[in-house]
Ligand binder design. Structure first.
Ligand SMILES: Cc1cc2nc3c(=O)[nH]c(=O)nc-3n(C[C@H](O)[C@H](O)[C@H](O)COP(=O)(O)O)c2cc1C
Length: 188
């Protein structure tokens, strides 16, 4: 496969929310990110309601990105199922792994997750028993095996209770986070 190389850095957000019209937290964050011209968004549930993934199109899209973000609510300590299915279909061995593959090598991977419970809850002595990084290990491991750099996640805690103004602040913070990534990469 030919790898496209654009000189402009690009962020690809892979958004997975089965009920975006009911989303309080993910949707405003996504809308803020969308305001950045270098950001491309793929809404998995909108694009693939039948779970039939266009693998070549997804692989092509990935090769043009510098930073890939998995943006989703936390469902049972993981992602909504279509994101997992997308991984299973798109990250084929001959594309992402081993000789002839490694199409994602050198790219960066980050998770943007919203979680219902509080940050205190995601502690060893809390209700959720483990820090969030523990549950995100499969993504860190995916990055490792694909030769990618895994970046610290952007996490919005207490999604059940967070107020509208706190959501607006988090959305601004998310946008700032992406903008500072773009300006850092420009200065590299
Ligand atoms: C099926 C399902 C599973 C969930 N599992 C978790 C979980 O494991 N941990 C957690 O903190 N919150 C969990 N939640 C809460 C969601 O993460 C929360 O509702 C979501 O992040 C809110 O984002 P939204 O307003 O964009 O939908 C779950 C919610 C649903 C519907």
């Amino acid at each position: 496969m030919e790898i496209e190389q654009d000189s402009k850095p690009k962020i690809l957000i892979i958004f997975a929310h089965p009920y975006p019209q009911q989303s309080r937290v993910n949707r405003p964050l996504l809308e803020e990110a969308q305001r950045i011209p270098e950001v491309e968004i793929i809404d998995l549930y909108e694009q693939y309601p039948d779970f039939y993934i266009d693998i070549p199109a997804e692989q092509r899209r990935l090769t043009t990105a510098d930073l890939i973000i998995f943006h989703h609510p936390f469902y049972w300590y993981s992602a909504p199922s279509l994101l997992k299915h997308w991984q299973d279909m798109v990250l084929e061995e001959r594309f992402a792994l081993n000789e002839g593959g490694y199409a994602l090598r050198g790219k960066k991977l980050m998770s943007m997750v919203t979680v219902g419970h509080s940050e205190q809850s995601y502690q060893l002595d809390g209700y959720d028993r483990f820090p969030i990084d523990h549950f995100l290990l499969p993504y860190e491991q995916m990055a490792f095996h694909c030769g990618m750099q895994y970046l610290p996640p952007f996490v919005v805690y207490s999604a059940h209770r967070i107020t509208e103004s706190e959501i607006a602040i988090q959305a601004c913070n998310y946008r700032q986070h992406l903008l500072s990534y773009l300006s850092n990469i420009d200065n590299e």
